[in-house]
Design a protein around this ligand. Structure first.
Ligand code: SAM
Length: 280
């Protein structure tokens, strides 16, 4: 079926950007006592051992979470994220998006975690067994998202973080998002996408498709850590946020200069925050 394993990439620059945004969104949801739901459509294994053969093969975390730790940043959001992952890093582990959500969600909140890959979902279920507020689904996260929306309670966020191993993900994602949004217009949707070499880029078309969608507010955040190559590789990544909470854009804008400084490789690195759609 699929060959993608997130263990090879855990803690890299893309995870850092994604999990920082995820943390800020969850913190906003925690500002009110009212319960919320966290939905992860492409959950992965949930928690990663950085001493494993897979993680050591690429050691991508060294230019990600480790470079950020070494940079001694002052931004309070970066410091909060580093504090959150510190206890895992001390044990040579890195928390995936489900584990970050588990840490930040409260007793009244619930987590819906979807994963399609047989081995990954087994590991995910093992990592989250005995967690009453967590439901692990072995299913296609695109189909699953539409099936469970609108969730109860109808307050919360969705993280859509595909591996983009299938070219069709770039079309299925905007279609799924539009369907889910029609059913649940008040949810926060956070979508990760890769910034790839010029000849391999498919993200731009997807971003434009989402920009033409029915959404009243869409924020686009991009972080590059390398110059863009013609042929090969991922030079950065981005997050699209539908319905970002109040002042989330300012929080992200405040942390990106230090983040770029810390993660940019060989003097490269850039960032951008822009609105594809913005409510008056
Ligand atoms: N969100 C995770 C995190 O931040 O820790 C990482 C997820 S990883 C980038 C993408 C995951 O999606 C992989 O584990 C892959 O097996 C899974 N996957 C691929 N296609 C899927 C689909 N259609 N539905 C659910 N999971 C899928």
């Amino acid at each position: 079926m699929f060959s993608y394993r997130h263990a090879f990439h855990a803690g890299n620059h893309a995870d850092v950007l994604k999990h920082l945004c995820q943390m800020l969104l969850l913190e906003k949801l925690c500002n009110k006592d009212k319960a919320f739901v966290y939905i992860d459509t492409h959950a992965g294994a949930g928690l990663y051992d950085l001493t494993s053969e897979s993680a050591q093969k690429t050691a991508e975390y060294q230019a990600g979470i480790d470079a950020l730790t070494d940079a001694a940043c002052h931004n309070p959001h970066i410091r909060a994220y580093l504090k959150l992952v510190e206890q895992y890093r001390k044990q040579n582990r890195y928390p995936g998006s489900p584990e970050i959500a588990r840490r930040l969600c409260r007793a009244q909140d619930s987590l819906q975690l979807m994963e399609w890959h047989n081995n990954e979902v087994q590991q995910l279920a093992l990592n989250f067994k005995h967690q009453k507020r967590v439901k692990v689904h072995h299913r296609d996260g695109f189909e699953g998202l539409v099936a469970i929306t609108p969730p109860k309670p109808a307050r919360g966020m969705v993280l859509i973080d595909p591996s983009y191993e299938l070219e069709t993900d770039y079309q299925v994602l905007p279609d799924t998002l539009a369907k889910a949004y029609r059913r649940w217009q008040t949810g926060i949707y956070a979508i990760w996408y890769p910034l790839l070499a010029k000849k391999r880029d498919r993200s731009q078309g997807m971003i434009e498709a989402i920009g033409r969608g029915p959404y009243s507010s869409v924020l686009d955040i991009q972080l590059s850590v390398l110059p863009q190559d013609e042929e090969l590789g991922m030079y950065g990544s981005g997050m699209l946020i539908i319905n970002p909470p109040w002042q989330f854009d300012q929080q992200v804008a405040s942390l990106l200069p230090e983040l770029t400084q810390a993660l940019g490789q060989g003097g490269a690195g850039d960032f951008k925050v822009s609105w594809l759609a913005q409510q008056d």
